[in-house]
Design a protein. Structure first.
Length: 460
């Protein structure tokens, strides 16, 4: 067990005698493993103090708590005034003792995939992959990012961190802890409109990522966004030395051609004046844009040749539930699991990807796209245009918002509408034929993974 915090360091940080080293951090007792430090957080619905005993039983060495707990060995508790502040103390202590450079990734969609692509390329090209670190899961919040910052090995040379937000000022708070030298904005979409008055306000909130104390080396922005000029100007105002764009003709990184063979994708790109050709195993059109932004970011921070970085993407695999194709051979079915989340932009890209399966019947299973504010009905209705344009044959929908889409479809495209994913899964199974291609997508709260699991279980 390699300690990220020794007992001496923990004693120094919290001014109390600590008798154990720890090797990682967690806030979910189900994730606790041998050597962990469990941080008991008081949430709106769940109090982490109720799970301390469970975390320790799973192997955690210590727990940070805000009060003494009956029946728990006191020597394994670190009592503090605020667990959140304690977590920040750990993160700051760790970062102050590291010489790493950081990449910060934000955007309405594609943050995790872009972060993972950057990590993959750098880890493949460094002699010691342990010198590259990426934040875990979707830990990008005021709690998630400090956990990852505290857990980062101190010998790290390049750290890639996802930075999320749900309101103005969130990213600026994250910058108080961690200052990226390269920032990436994947796109500006309609996500989080529930908390903002307009996409422009979202763009302004995302642009907070440029406002580091020391001017950044580079910012990487989406050239196809209507807010590209705005983002460029904001970056320049913050003193960012270089602003690179990706995704459209005349940008710094653009795709010249994309050739698909099932999930095998061959991209020819022009990046910083150089031509690069590379392969990816990815059936999702959003991967092309993510790859361009990722290659730029990895090159700027490491100076590794562009083609070497691009070559590494041949072995990259998408994070779970973000466009992964599942082949059910005995029924000749293709099931595209894009169930992790959904926004209008990512859903349109997924529909476009589905359209490439020209010889198969194309079925879309869509759950509500959430956090769209007052325009939610409009965004769902308008997806019918993409469904018509890209030749989707049948639509199954679930949730009150997806009903607006379902009602706006032509009769021949209507499969079924249901209240929830469990019900729509049953309806879908009644309709599926051998040779179909099925795309499953929806916001996380809609639990669209139930649909994926039902198809795999009943059709395999």
């Amino acid at each position: 067990m390699t300690a990220i915090f020794s007992r001496q360091e923990l004693s120094e940080i919290f001014s109390q005698e600590i008798s154990r080293d720890v090797s990682d951090l967690c806030i979910n007792s189900n994730d606790a493993k041998v050597g962990d430090l469990f941080v008991a957080m008081q949430g709106e619905k769940v109090d982490g103090h109720s799970f301390v005993a469970h975390a320790l039983a799973n192997g955690a060495e210590l727990a940070i708590v805000e009060k003494d707990l009956d029946g728990v060995d006191e020597s394994r508790l670190m009592v503090v005034d605020s667990s959140r502040n304690a977590l920040l103390q750990l993160a700051r202590y760790n970062l102050e003792r590291s010489n790493a450079n950081y990449i910060g990734v934000t955007g309405s969609v594609g943050k995790t995939t872009t972060r993972d692509m950057i990590y993959h390329m750098l880890a493949k090209n460094f002699e010691d992959s342990n010198l590259i670190y990426a934040s875990r899961k979707n830990f990008n919040s005021q709690i998630g990012l400090p956990i990852c910052a505290a857990a980062m090995p101190r010998e790290t040379k390049i750290g890639i961190f996802e930075m999320g937000m749900s309101s103005s000022g969130d990213i600026r708070k994250l910058l108080d802890l961690l200052q990226p030298s390269v920032s990436v904005i994947t796109n500006i979409g309609e996500s989080h409109l529930e908390f903002f008055n307009s996409p422009r306000e979202i763009a302004l909130a995302k642009a907070e990522i440029f406002s580091t104390k020391i001017p950044q080396e580079a910012a990487i922005i989406p050239a196809d966004s209507p807010y590209a000029d705005f983002l460029r100007n904001e970056a320049k105002k913050c003193g960012v030395r270089n602003v690179f764009s990706f995704g459209s003709p005349q940008s710094d990184a653009q795709a010249i051609s994309c050739d698909y063979d099932g999930d095998n994708l061959t991209i020819t790109a022009q990046i910083l004046g150089e031509k690069a050709r590379y392969n990816m195993n990815c059936g999702n059109d959003g991967c092309v844009l993510n790859s361009l932004a990722s290659i730029l970011a990895a090159h700027v921070i490491s100076k590794i040749p562009l083609q070497r970085l691009a070559d590494a993407l041949g072995s990259f695999r998408l994070p779970p539930r973000r466009g992964e194709s599942i082949y059910i051979r005995n029924r000749d079915l293709i099931l595209i699991d894009d169930s992790y989340n959904a926004s209008p932009k990512s859903t349109r890209l997924a529909i476009q990807s589905l359209s490439r399966h020209k010889t198969r019947r194309k079925i879309l299973v869509l759950g509500d796209m959430l956090e769209l504010g007052g325009g939610a009905a409009h965004y769902h209705e308008n997806l019918s245009a993409a469904i018509d344009k890209f030749g989707i044959d049948l639509v199954f929908a679930c949730g009150p918002l997806a009903k607006f889409l379902f009602d706006n479809l032509s009769a021949d495209k209507k499969g079924k509408w249901c209240e929830n994913s469990s019900e729509i899964a049953k309806e879908l199974l009644e309709e599926v034929r051998n040779g179909d291609c099925i795309l499953v997508k929806g916001s996380r709260a809609m639990k669209m993974e139930y649909v994926v699991a039902a198809v795999v279980k009943n059709m395999d």
